[in-house]
Design a protein around this ligand. Structure first.
Ligand code: IVH
Length: 695
């Protein structure tokens, strides 16, 4: 079928527009249309190409994905070799580089181009008559691997060269040199996915990019979302490629729609070089990609030729490297640190190693699962990473170096600081100390929470003061606040007598409180202000709350098994009970009542007449769906649970009931059919109404 002219024009326009949006999005980071619009254009082009397969060109944006997997990569000989750069680590080495350049050129001051040194993989892209034809890895510098299909999936690589404003014709041949890398955000996303699939995580973006670039299946490369930055030209024939300055080459590449580092500048002299190096180092953490230094290049290309090469590196350029962020060392032991909220964090004690510009002796292992996933053992050789101000972490184990004498780590079942039980709740990654108010590591935080505005509201008791009080062993728990004398407080650093007096008054005032505030002030895990209010309303009395088991706690509206367990754990700790006792003895008091729990049991008065009753549904009811039945029960305050136990009040059974029915018979639990349930619901509503009319 012939392609009508207007259709091929339409396809051409679509291709052009889509590539322009790719450029805006991937190279400039400034998309100009919503994603949905872009998808629409893309689909339109796909449909046209499906209808008229003759329209498909190798540089169509639709060809970026969909190529079949390869058996192996073939080889590509680079037209001009891909060389490497000499390294400089110290200022003195940069000075020496500049001195040599000046001496060889016989000039006093040299113009340099400063660029970020991308931490990715070097590739060479070949464009023939403006169309991307082949792409190769660096390989040994002379022969690389043909990774064209994979590079086609990289959206920031133009599939054809942008014609520019003047619509000039493209060079007959252009080899663009640059770096393929993975953005930090894409790396994080990839590792998150690996974790979810329980698969091995990648050590760093560079490794992940290397893995993605060397995939035989371009479909996999496409999902890994690689990025490209251009930094030079390998060869060119018949084009208007500038041949005078490196800075003009980069501008030219940018005009062809290649991403080029924005953080590039032309400077004169070695002092300016070093200033720019430090400036780029300062931006390092904020850049969306990893860099491992800066590259200094003599800007004038004629001067570059004059300087020439030594062995396989140019004399006109040098890489000024940042201190490495990763290093190999040994795990001497695994300690456990207790965080402010009782989180137990395993920390690797390391053989001291210089990484990220400092000597590192500890690195976080995050939690138990992380240790298992990374398979870290005591005695292992590991890769440690310290990036910027981020706490150092163990990124991977060098399994091949593992000796027979390694020991595995076991998470302690008691807090190493206070000896209280350490628990890991189902569904949580962290293990926590249950020492609460007693554990010294948690003490400061607990006291601050106790004194906070929405808790006991002790004005003036801020973090600096609490720190001094705890560090000087003047107080250990919130209960000690009520024994604090004016003299002890006034003797503290930066504490005037008047403000000490104000604090003593605020402490005194806090003694008269409400049960809800008091429960909240205890800092029980998962018990926020609202839950504290619910608990106070339901139990009305602290002792009843303290003795409630998880089943009873789950009768409280909005309290599920996780919160119930936190509460039981908290009150199971002797130290917490002691502190509460001391607080009461110290004069902290509130009004107690019978609470809705008892009010209901005693008189049936309450919002829900089925409050406190537990139901289990089994089989199919003739009219009500399970959801309907559940809604009716819950509307009256009842609770629907999944399994029958001694505490179940009613089993509602429909046709084809399961083993729950047998269990109910066995435990002599009341069994209702749908009619029975509806009757109960109706009776409860009538009771409720008459009760509320006649309280
Ligand atoms: S120019 C003659 N510029 O560093 C060498 N290289 O050690 C020309 N690299 O394999 C290289 N960022 O992959 C140059 N802005 C940059 C660079 C850069 C990263 C890599 C490149 C090369 C290695 C050299």
């Amino acid at each position: 079928m012939n392609v009508p002219d207007h259709i091929s024009h339409q396809a051409q326009n679509l291709r052009h527009t889509i590539e322009l949006h790719n450029y805006n999005y991937y190279a400039l980071d400034t998309p100009t249309i919503p994603d949905a619009e872009y998808d629409k254009l893309f689909r339109e082009l796909q449909e046209l190409e499906q209808r008229y397969p003759q329209l498909v060109t190798p540089d169509s944006p639709t060809r970026r994905i969909g190529a079949a997997p390869l058996k192996a990569f073939s080889q590509i000989v680079h037209r001009t070799p891909m060389l490497s750069l000499g390294n400089a680590f110290e200022t003195a080495e940069v000075d020496a580089f500049d001195r040599r350049v000046r001496q060889t050129l016989g000039v006093d001051n040299v113009e340099y181009m400063v660029e970020p040194k991308f931490d990715g993989l070097a590739v060479s892209l070949r464009y023939e008559e403006g169309v991307f034809t082949t792409g190769a890895t660096r390989g040994d510098g002379y022969i690389g691997e043909d990774v064209t299909l994979n590079l086609r999936t990289v959206k920031s690589i133009p599939l054809h060269l942008h014609a520019g404003l003047g619509n000039e014709s493209p060079p007959a041949l252009l080899e663009v040199r640059g770096e393929v890398l993975m953005l930090k955000a894409d790396f994080e996303r990839l590792n998150r996915q690996q974790r979810e699939k329980n698969e091995k995580e990648f050590i760093n973006p560079r490794n992940a990019a290397a893995g993605a670039l060397r995939q035989l299946d371009p479909g996999i490369t496409a999902t890994r979302r690689l990025t490209f930055f251009a930094y030079g030209i390998g060869a060119d024939i018949d084009g208007n490629v500038p041949h005078d300055k490196q800075s003009r080459i980069l501008d030219y590449l940018a005009s062809l729609h290649f991403p080029v580092a924005r953080e590039r500048s032309v400077v004169k002299g070695v002092t300016a070089l070093l200033d720019h190096h430090r400036e780029i180092e300062g931006m390092r953490e904020c850049l969306p990609y990893d860099i491992d230094g800066t590259v200094y290049k003599v800007n004038d290309l004629a001067q570059q030729v004059k300087l020439g090469f030594v062995s396989r590196a140019p004399r006109f350029a040098v890489a000024h490297k940042f201190p490495a962020q990763e290093a190999v060392t040994e795990v001497l032991g695994i300690d456990v640190q207790v965080g402010r909220t009782g989180t137990l964090t395993p920390v690797a004690r390391l053989k001291p190693v210089f990484v990220g510009g400092v000597t590192v002796t500890n690195a976080t292992l995050h939690n138990e699962d992380e240790i298992r996933r990374k398979d870290v053992m005591i005695g292992d050789s590991v890769i440690v990473r310290r990036a910027g101000d981020v706490i150092p972490e163990v990124v991977a184990v060098q399994r091949e170096k593992r000796s027979m004498h390694v020991k595995s780590f076991v998470m302690p079942d008691h807090c190493p600081v206070c000896g209280a039980r350490a628990v890991r709740l189902p569904g949580e990654a962290v293990t926590r100390c249950t020492g609460g108010l007693f554990c010294p590591a948690q003490r400061k935080q607990a006291i601050l929470h106790y004194a906070s505005r929405r808790a006991m509201n002790i004005d003036g008791l801020g973090d600096k003061l609490v720190e001094q009080l705890v560090d000087n062993a003047i107080i250990r728990t919130p209960a000690d606040l009520y024994r604090l004398g004016l003299a002890a407080l006034a003797a503290l650093e930066r504490m005037a007598k008047k403000s000490a007096g104000n604090i003593i008054n605020a402490i005194e005032k806090s003694k008269h409180t409400t049960l809800a505030r008091f429960i909240y002030s205890l800092g029980i895990r998962n018990v926020g202000e609202t839950t504290a209010k619910d608990l106070a309303r339901y139990f009305g009395n602290l002792d009843r709350l303290m003795t409630a088991d998880t089943e009873v706690l789950q009768q409280v509206p909005d309290i599920g098994p996780v919160v119930a367990e936190s509460i039981v754990d908290f009150f199971a700790e002797r130290h917490n009970l002691e502190v509460i006792e001391q607080l009461r003895a110290g004069g902290v008091r509130w009004e107690e009542g019978s609470g809705t729990q008892l009010a209901e049991a005693d008189s049936g008065v309450g919002l829900g007449q089925l409050r406190g009753k537990t139901f289990v549904l089994t089989g199919t009811l003739p009219n009500l769906s399970r959801e309907d039945a559940k809604e009716k029960i819950e509307a009256l305050g009842g609770k629907v649970t999944g399994s029958v136990s001694k505490r179940t009040d009613y089993v509602v059974a429909g046709s084809d009931p399961g083993s729950k029915y047998d269990k109910a018979v066995e435990l002599r639990i009341a069994i209702l059919d749908e009619r029975g349930l509806l009757q109960l619901v109706q009776d409860s509503q009538i009771d409720g109404r008459s009760n509320s009319e006649n309280p």
